[in-house]
Design a protein around this ligand. Structure first.
Ligand code: FAD
Ligand code: NAG
Ligand code: NAG
Ligand code: NAG
Length: 664
């Protein structure tokens, strides 16, 4: 068998030049920024380094190291460094300049596309600042997604302790990792591509957010998209000329068919869930290309590294937005890089794309936030706004396990970790390594207790061909911080049989959290309050979802494989009868798991909305030349995972900003 091992490399190092990379500015005329040594609150990166130094255990990583064709160096201590994507200043520049038209904070899902669009056509200069590093070979392999949560590619946030929630997680606290990389959370996420229902965006628009109805936002989804979706080649709802590859996950287990067959028995239709007719079931559409991850960086930044007017700085952490207090105008940012502190001016705008935790954090550190809260830290208040006072999240219960009497149906890590499977991904872009760690099918349902009209779902189901036991607790359980005692008690005993789970996502939680400053040190994580399940409707809907899943698996398509619900009770819930509503509520409170869609911390809304932080054009209320462009502006929960929405927000913001400054 002849092996074309160059595929990884080709996917990484795109050699196509940039169409507008010719020199037009004379570099010698530019004024460079002058850095100062750091005096106060310096980035020592202690937390992130600590997690990076505890090596991750993964049988798949081990076999990749043994695959001769990959030429990986077993002596290299940092496995994340293989084929690490590099961002350097364009040729000729000696350092960052003193001034740019636009400064974008955070090269995440939204920030990457925004930077690419604003620097198009060389009409404006753009500085893109990112705290993390470039992605690597390891981040491109879909099955390794859960492993990345244990690496320095994340900000390792933890939710504050909430009594009766996350009881079975390490220290009874839920883990809220966020991506820290050029590409942001799109470098560590599960790659599921969802846009939300028409109803979601229409409701947002109805709240006074002009320009955000479904009809308004769809063109921006499609602009970025380059769809390779079998069966949808003629669909008017998919873009084909964008940079973001969207394809069906190439790997499909037999259980995925059982899932869709069972849904059919329950009367559900097969749909393209990224069209207006979304209420139904489907295989998952994912942001990937030939079975490899397509991050926002790979899609939007890779080809533009040579643009003279786009400067991308990795390992650069912004600590403050510079705002003139009298005119309430943002004038630039302060950031730390390699132990030095820079202050750089923005001639036109500062744009925060630092994600739902750091964007509000930076606003508050810079004097924009709830007055009393800022006062209590001695931060001079520039604008009193309810920054961080709304926070919604999508939560799930990954704890269900169904055992089967058949083998080779699920992804047992120990069995699939083979050189052949590594080569299968490399050569053909498919096989088990292209799996989103087991997740393969998706379906929208409305539980019996929903009070919503029409086909508006309250639950999303995610079919998977793996369970928490499938990797012997090495990766997924560790990635979500499941307590070891719980893993040993419940999942260890089923490691030797094949098992799978069906996940769900509570789409429209009524429970609302918030976030607060911990200190005035920008390197301290803010205090994150999930307030999960404080509204009884949320709890009731999740219990219905679990019962629904159990019924769905109790059908002939699954019986064929001998699928049985694993009934060992959680020790924390032993006082309830297994399978009762009370039991399931307790179970969700024990293995509480987020799908990492924190939103609304810089809520978008018209000035009449007392909770609004930004207006429908994403400008911070009451402050000039400052916008927030990322998932933090989504004002209320939507029926979607939030990566594609964040990219759409970046795309739409680019159009708004270009219009404001009359750029073409
Ligand atoms: C484990 C996990 C799995 C997920 N799976 C999916 C999925 O399958 N599908 C889906 O649609 N969504 C998924 N999501 C959610 C989705 O990826 C995010 O909602 C989305 O990427 C958010 O985009 P953003 O632009 O708002 O922020 P981000 O992509 O998080 O970007 C923010 C960027 O800003 C940088 N930054 C922050 N502070 C600073 C600072 N002070 N200075 C400089 N840079 C800074 C960060 O390092 C980061 O790169 C997942 C999330 C996680 C964590
Ligand atoms: C940027 O990333 C590269 C690795 O791609 C790294 O070598 C470099 O040190 C980073 N920059 C800074 C300022 O740390
Ligand atoms: C929902 O209610 C209908 C009608 O009462 C019933 O037939 C169905 O089984 C219920 N579904 C679930 C999942 O409880
Ligand atoms: C698995 O269980 C099903 C249902 O009980 C049965 O029909 C099937 O023969 C079993 N298969 C094996 C391999 O035991």
């Amino acid at each position: 068998m002849k092996i074309h091992i160059a595929l990884f490399t080709i996917l990484f190092i795109r050699i196509f030049g940039d169409s507008d990379d010719d020199v037009t500015v004379s570099i010698d005329d530019e004024e460079y920024a002058v850095p100062m040594p750091c005096r106060e609150f310096c980035d020592n990166g202690v937390r992130e380094k600590r997690i990076a130094n505890s090596p991750v255990k993964s049988k798949i990583l081990d076999v990749m190291m043994k695959t001769p064709q990959l030429h990986l160096d077993p002596a290299e201590p940092d496995v994340l460094s293989f084929l690490r994507d590099k961002y350097e200043l364009p040729k000729g520049f000696k350092g960052p300049l003193a001034e740019y038209d636009f400064i974008i904070v955070g090269a995440g899902s939204a920030g990457s596309v925004l930077a690419a669009r604003l620097s198009e056509g060389r009409q404006a200069s753009v500085l893109l600042l990112e705290a993390g590093l470039g992605e690597s070979l390891i981040t491109s392999v879909p099955i390794l997604a859960p492993l990345l949560q244990q690496t320095e590619y994340v900000w390792p946030y933890k939710m504050e302790f909430q009594p009766g929630i996350c009881v079975g997680m390490t220290d009874e606290r839920c883990f809220w990792p966020r991506g820290k990389a050029v590409g942001g959370t799109s470098v560590v996420n599960y790659m599921i591509y969802t846009r939300g229902f028409a109803e979601d965006w229409n409701r947002i628009a109805a709240d006074g957010n002009y320009g955000w109805s479904y009809k308004d936002v769809i063109p921006y989804y499609m602009k970025s998209e380059r769809a390779y979706l079998k069966g949808l080649a003629d669909s008017p709802w998919h873009g084909r000329d964008g940079e973001l590859n969207v394809e069906y996950v190439p790997f499909k287990s037999k259980l995925s068919k059982a899932f869709l067959d069972a849904a059919k028995l329950f009367g559900h239709r097969r749909v393209d869930y990224n069209s207006p007719d979304a209420f139904g079931f489907s295989y998952i559409q994912a942001t990937m290309s030939h079975g490899h991850r397509t991050s926002s960086a790979k899609a939007f930044l890779h080809d533009h590294k040579k643009r003279k007017n786009l400067h991308i700085l990795n390992s650069s952490t912004v600590t403050k937005i510079l705002i003139d207090p009298l005119s309430k105008t943002a004038t630039g940012v302060e950031f730390h890089r390699n132990g030095r502190v820079y202050q750089i001016n923005a001639k036109k705008e500062v744009i925060l794309s630092a994600g739902p935790i750091e964007s509000p954090h930076l606003l508050m550190l810079s004097g924009i936030g709830p007055k009393d809260h800022l006062n209590s830290f001695g931060i001079p208040v520039i604008q009193d706004l309810k920054v961080g006072e709304s926070l919604y999240d999508h939560i799930s219960y990954p704890g269900l396990a169904f055992t089967i009497n058949t083998t080779k149906l699920t992804l047992v890590e120990r069995k699939i970790a083979t050189i052949d499977n590594v080569l299968q991904l490399e050569q053909y872009g498919d096989g088990p390594m292209s799996s989103l760690a087991g997740v393969e099918t998706i379906g929208y349902i409305k539980t019996n207790i929903s009070k919503e009209p029409g086909d508006y779902p309250d639950i999303e189901l995610l079919g998977s061909c793996a369970s928490l036991a499938s990797d012997e607790g090495d990766v997924v359980a560790k990635g979500i911080h499941l307590a070891d005692w719980l893993y040993q008690d419940i999942y260890r005993p089923i490691e030797n049989v094949e098992s799978f789970t069906v996940l769900f996502m509570l789409l429209h939680p009524k429970s609302k959290g918030h976030l607060k400053l911990r200190s005035t040190n920008p390197f301290d994580h803010p205090k994150l309050y999930g307030n999960y399940m404080i509204h009884p409707d949320d709890t009731a809907t999740m219990v219905e979802a679990i019962k629904y899943i159990i019924k769905l698996v109790d059908t002939s398509p699954f019986h064929k494989y001998g699928a049985k619900l694993y009934t060992k009770p959680l020790s924390t819930c032993k006082h309830y009868q297994f399978g009762s509503d009370k039991y399931w509520e307790c179970a969700v409170r024990t293995i509480t798991s987020t799908l990492h869609h924190q939103i609304a911390t810089c809520k978008m809304g018209p000035s009449s909305d007392p909770e609004a932080v930004v207006d429908p054009e994403l400008k911070v209320h009451g402050v000039n030349n400052l916008r927030v462009v990322d998932s933090s502006i989504i004002p209320k929960p939507i029926s979607a995972h939030t990566n594609a929405p964040a990219i759409m927000i970046g795309e739409k913001a680019a159009a708004l900003i270009k219009k404001s400054w009359k750029l073409l």
